[in-house]
Design a protein around this ligand. Sequence first.
Ligand code: SAM
Ligand code: SF4
Ligand code: SF4
Length: 337
Amino acid sequence: MTILRDKFGRPMRDLRISVMDKCNFRCPYCMPAEIFGENYDFLKKDQLLSDDELVRLGELFAQLGVTKLRITGGEPLIRRNLDQIIRRWMAIPGIEDVAMTTNGYFLKPMAQKLKDSGLHRLTISLDSLDDEVFSQMNGARSSATRVLEALEEAQRVGFENIKINCVVKKGVNGHTVVDLARHFKGTGVIVRYIEYMDVGNINGWKLDDVVTADEIIAIINAEMPLVEVPPNYRGEVANRYQYADGTGEIGLIASVTRPFCGDCTRVRLSAAGEFYTCLFGKQALDLRTPLRDGSTDADVLQLISDVWSHRSDRYSERRTSFTELPTKGAEMFRIGG
Ligand code: SAM
Ligand code: SF4
Ligand code: SF4
């Protein structure tokens, strides 16, 4: 297979698939409740990619060099029969790793099915252990206990190396990052702190709301000393820090203060079949239409290859040079982070 490369020589390796635009949470940094009310017009069933379309795209992307799939959303566990789709993705030649990011709310009863489907890895989002703070971060949709119980069940059915995603927003949950670290220290669960990002156009992002990776490390290091360690592989998104006493590690995803575009091999597929080459991309390629109008695999492969070979995205590296933030093409809940 010839490796497809973009303008900066980056291959296409990781495909993030949003399987559902709906979500039962209303995290203000992603789906503010005042915008996403009862009557919000989410995608109808026929606008979502079907199971067969999702699998076909998995096969086509694998032919172009993708080896890792990450299932995301919206909330992926709202999608019916997800375990059956995962089984089919797992069987695709070339796909080595299938992971999922979920808010954990519906996870407990699904954990066994997901394990049986072959899903390799789970990331569960949990922004705080303090219920009042967590409630502010998720739009008052869940307690931390519910998410922790789901995590326990996932461990019980055999998921290992579970990761926790924690978005940190100044003045909201910055003071609880250390509790989260303390709770998971020594358990094998890796907490990954994410700098609040300006994805989409609706979360009202301001640089002042970002708690930087340096600040988060300083807070945790003051109580539990940390040592920076090298990445596990080239292009790893999180910066790794181990506890000096050898009881585990945390990660920092610092898209704002430590951009990592140089090694970015990620592509994104929205639940409606739009193909984005950057989280902050303005334009997308509609793949749902060719999937439905009888285009051949070769036609669709050509469309994807043309877009990737012209790709020159490096938004995060340029962010601080903008006097005004540019308009983005998609919201986080549509392309899944
Ligand atoms: N609903 C699932 C969840 O929350 O885990 C999957 C989709 S969610 C869009 C994927 C990840 O993106 C979550 O960990 C979430 O916290 C993160 N996220 C959403 N909006 C963000 C933002 N503005 N900045 C940084 N991370 C964000
Ligand atoms: Fe839903 Fe995840 Fe967005 Fe929160 S971050 S609103 S859980 S999609
Ligand atoms: Fe990749 Fe775009 Fe993020 Fe840079 S800003 S790391 S190109 S998704």
